[in-house]
Design a protein around this ligand. Sequence first.
Ligand code: 5GP
Ligand code: ZN
Length: 112
Amino acid sequence: MEDCLFCKIIAGEIPSSKVYEDDLCYAFYDISPLAPTHFLVVPKVHLASAADVTDETAPVVGHIYAVIARLARELGFAEGYRVVTNVGALAGQTVRHLHFHVLSGKELGSFN
Ligand code: 5GP
Ligand code: ZN
């Protein structure tokens, strides 16, 4: 999609530090990390947020979770990590392309 930052990153038009890529998703390190390990996993198809996931597009979300589990083992943080997706400005979403934050490497506080 035009003028979408993460579509441009996926297309290689904006540089990023790649963690992983396949036909369905792209993972890259967050530019402002909030934990020693902090990367984002995005579907290659443009969806604005998790609120736009439908039965048709849901399989890519399952695939992304499987990729995250595999990366956690391969990168050595499977003991503990957090996966977060923000929906809407009120929840802190700043980029309107569905993305999953993967955070690890430090004590992560409770949300409650
Ligand atoms: P949100 O706040 O929408 O849940 O998360 C967006 C994330 O994208 C933020 O953590 C922010 O640091 C990251 N981000 C924003 N612009 C860029 C960029 O150009 N490159 C990378 N690698 N991360 C970015
Ligand atoms: Zn996009």
